[in-house]
Design a protein around this ligand. Structure first.
Ligand code: PEP
Ligand code: MG
Length: 588
C-alpha cells in the first residue's frame, strides 16, 4: 500500500436522514422531534466536524503499537479524571467509552492492522468503523447509538495520535448549535452558560445526546431532516422544543413576543421552585404524588432539590450496562441503600432489571434477535435467568427501613409473570426474616397489560404506566427510529384509550395507577392523565417543581371532562390543541 492519508469517511453507512416532518408550516418555521424540553432564543451556529486525516502506512509495528498504547491510555486517563464530576447520564456515557477502550476485540482488530504495517490511527479507525458498521447493520436504533459512541471514541483517539485539538467548543453566549448529527462527547463539552439549545438534522428522541441535553437543561430538537440546511450561520432563532418548532429569522414582533414568553417561563420556573416543597394537591383537593425518575445516585440528589416526594422509577439497568459481569448483591444493595437514604424515607420504586433486546448486556447469554423490541427483554430476561432475579431481589430486600423500597416488574404481559416474581419475593422475605409487607407492582407497557389491567391488578399492589413503550407498541412505531420519530406521540387517542382501560381496571380492584413514562414530564399530558384517574406522576427530576405548580392549578373534574373529549379526538395534534386551550382557561 502506498503513501497517503486516510481521510475518507470510511465504511460506516450513516442512516439516511429522516423524512422531513415539515407539514403545512408557515415560512421560516421548521418542525422537529422533541429530544429535551425548553424554550430558547439565540443565534444559530453550525458545528461542522472535519475528518481527522491520518497516514495509511506507519513506522513499523513496534513504533505504531506503542503510539496506540499511549493514545489509548491518554484518552482513558482523561475520561477517568472526569469521574465524579458529572451526573447520571454523563457518567454512564463515559463508562460506555471506557468499556470500548478496554474491548479486547477492538484492540485485536487494530493490532492486526498495526502488525501489517499500518499507522496506529489508520488501524484504530478501521477497527472502530468495522465494529460500528456491524452495530448499525443489526438495524436496532439503540445499538446504532452505540455506533455513535464508537465514532466519538475514534475521534478522541485520533485527536490524541495526531495532536489535532477537537473543534472549538467555546461558543458565544446565546448560541443555538446546529448540526447534522452530534456525538455525546461534543454535547458533554458544551458550556450551558453559552450554548442555549440544540437543533439536529438526524438523531433520535431517546439517544444519548437527547438524555444528555435534558440532564444539562438544554432544549433540543432532533430529526429535523434536510430543511435544516436553510438555517444560516448567524441567523436569529426561536427554539420552542416543547412545541417541536424552530422559528428562523423571526420578525421584530415575533421576537418581542418570544422574549416575553422566555421571561414568563423563567419566572414561572423560579416561582415553582420556591414552592417545590409543598404537597401536591389539585385545586379541588385530589392528592397527586409528584415523584421523580432516577437513573443514578446523583439523580436522587437533584430530585430532592426539586421537591420530589419519592421516586416512581429507579432504572436499575444503569448499574448493569457497559460492564462485563453483573453487579453482585452487595454492590446493588449499596447503590439502592444510598438512593433510599438520599430520599430520606420517601418511597423508592425499584424497577427490576429491564435489559435485553434494545439494552444489551454483553455478559447475558441472549441470542441476537430479529425483532429485539418484541424479544427477550424486561421481566422475560429475569425469569429466564433466575440467578439475576434472585440477586437483585436480595439486594432490594436488604435496604432498611424495610418497605421503603417497592418492587416494580417491567414489560409485564400476563399474570404468571407477577406470581412468579412474588413467589421469589415471599421465599426471600421468609429466609431473611422480613415481617414487613413489601409491595410488588407492575409496569403497564404492553397493550396486553393495559387491556387486562383488572386481571393483573388482582395480583399487583400498584400499576405504573410506561408510556414510552406503551406508545411504541400501540402505534407499532419503534421509539428509537428517527424515520418514524415524528409520529410517536403518547397523546395519540389510541394510547389515551389504553391508559383509560388501565385506570378503569385498576380502580375496580382498588389499586392506584401512576405514570413513569415520558408523558409524566409533558405539561400537556398532565391534565389528561389526572382526568383519566392517574394519581402518581413520576417525571424527570428537573420537571418536578413545574409539575407540582401545574397540578395545584387543575380541577380534577374539569380534567376528567377534557380527557373524555380527548379520547374521541381524531389525532394527537387535535388532543394537544384541546389541552392548550384548556390550560389557557385554567390560567385565566
Ligand atoms: C417506559 O417505557 O415508559 C419506561 C418508563 O421505561 P423505559 O423508558 O426505561 O423503557
Ligand atoms: Mg419501558
Amino acid at each position: 500500500m502506498g503513501e497517503g492519508t486516510d481521510a475518507a469517511p470510511g465504511p460506516v453507512a450513516a442512516p439516511p436522514p429522516p423524512p422531513s416532518p415539515q407539514v403545512d408550516l408557515p415560512e421560516g418555521q421548521l418542525a422537529g422531534t422533541l429530544a429535551a424540553p425548553g424554550y430558547a432564543i439565540g443565534t444559530a451556529r453550525w458545528l461542522r466536524v472535519a475528518e481527522i486525516a491520518v497516514p495509511v502506512d506507519g513506522q513499523g509495528p513496534v513504533v505504531e503499537g506503542a503510539r496506540l498504547d499511549r493514545a489509548l491510555s491518554a484518552v482513558r486517563d482523561r475520561l477517568a479524571a472526569r469521574d465524579g464530576t458529572e451526573a447520571g447520564a454523563g457518567a454512564a456515557i463515559r463508562a460506555a467509552h471506557i468499556a470500548f477502550l478496554d474491548d479486547p476485540d477492538l484492540r485485536d482488530a487494530a493490532d492486526r492492522d498495526v502488525a501489517a504495517g499500518r499507522d496506529a490511527g489508520h488501524a484504530w479507525r478501521n477497527a472502530t468503523r468495522a465494529q460500528a458498521a456491524t452495530l448499525r447493520r443489526l438495524g436496532d436504533a439503540r445499538l446504532a447509538e452505540r455506533a455513535d459512541d464508537l465514532l466519538d471514541l475514534e475521534r478522541q483517539v485520533l485527536g490524541e495520535l495526531t495532536g489535532i485539538v477537537e473543534e472549538e467548543t467555546a461558543f458565544a453566549p446565546g448560541t443555538i448549535l446546529i448540526a447534522d448529527d452530534l456525538l455525546p462527547s461534543q454535547v458533554m463539552a458544551l458550556d450551558p452558560a453559552c450554548v442555549v439549545g440544540l437543533v439536529v438534522e438526524r438523531g433520535g428522541p431517546t439517544s444519548h445526546v437527547a438524555i444528555l441535553a435534558a440532564t444539562m437543561g438544554l432544549p433540543a430538537l432532533v430529526a429535523i431532516g434536510a430543511p435544516i440546511g436553510g438555517i444560516a450561520d448567524g441567523a436569529t432563532l426561536i427554539l420552542d422544543a416543547d412545541g417541536g418548532i424552530v422559528h428562523v429569522a423571526p420578525d421584530d414582533a415575533m421576537l418581542t413576543a418570544a422574549h416575553g414568553q422566555a421571561h414568563a417561563r423563567a419566572a414561572a420556573r423560579a416561582a415553582a421552585l420556591e414552592q417545590a416543597e409543598q404537597t401536591c394537591i389539585t385545586a379541588d383537593g385530589v392528592r397527586i404524588e409528584a415523584f421523580a425518575n432516577l437513573g443514578s445516585a446523583e439523580d436522587a440528589v437533584v430530585a430532592m432539590a426539586n421537591g420530589a416526594e419519592g421516586s416512581g422509577l429507579l432504572r436499575t439497568e444503569f448499574l448493569f450496562l457497559e460492564r462485563d459481569h453483573a453487579p453482585d448483591a452487595d454492590e446493588q444493595a449499596a447503590l439502592y441503600g444510598t438512593i433510599a437514604a438520599t430520599l430520606q424515607g420517601r418511597p423508592l420504586i425499584v424497577r427490576l432489571l429491564d435489559v435485553g433486546g434494545d439494552k444489551p448486556a454483553s455478559y447475558l447469554p441472549i441470542a441476537a434477535e430479529e425483532n429485539p423490541a418484541l424479544g427477550l427483554r424486561g421481566i422475560r430476561v429475569a425469569l429466564a435467568m433466575p440467578d439475576i432475579l434472585e440477586t437483585q431481589l436480595r439486594a432490594i430486600l436488604s435496604v432498611r427501613p424495610a418497605g421503603q423500597c417497592r418492587i416494580m416488574i417491567p414489560m409485564v404481559a400476563s399474570v404468571g409473570e407477577i406470581t412468579a416474581v412474588r413467589q421469589v419475593v415471599d421465599r426471600l422475605r421468609a429466609e431473611l426474616g422480613i415481617g414487613e409487607r413489601v409491595e410488588v407492582g407492575i409496569m403497564v407497557e404492553t397493550p396486553a397489560a393495559a387491556v387486562t389491567s383488572a386481571t393483573l391488578a388482582a395480583h399487583a399492589d400498584f400499576l405504573s404506566i410506561g408510556t414510552n413503550d406503551l406508545t411504541q407498541y400501540a402505534l407499532a412505531m419503534d421509539r428509537g427510529n428517527p424515520a418514524v420519530a415524528g409520529g410517536i406521540d403518547g397523546l395519540h387517542p389510541a394510547v389515551l384509550q389504553l391508559i383509560a382501560h388501565t385506570t378503569d381496571g385498576a380502580r375496580r380492584r382498588g389499586r392506584w395507577v401512576g405514570v413513569c413514562g415520558g408523558l409524566a414530564s409533558d405539561r400537556l399530558a398532565v391534565p389528561l392523565l389526572i382526568g383519566l384517574g392517574v394519581t402518581e406522576l413520576s417525571a424527570s427530576p428537573r420537571f418536578v417543581p413545574e409539575l407540582k405548580a401545574l397540578v395545584r392549578r387543575l380541577d380534577s373534574r374539569a380534567c376528567h371532562g377534557l380527557a373524555i373529549r380527548a379520547l374521541a379526538a381524531a389525532s394527537p395534534r387535535e388532543v394537544r390543541a384541546m389541552v392548550r386551550e384548556f390550560l389557557l382557561e385554567v390560567a385565566a
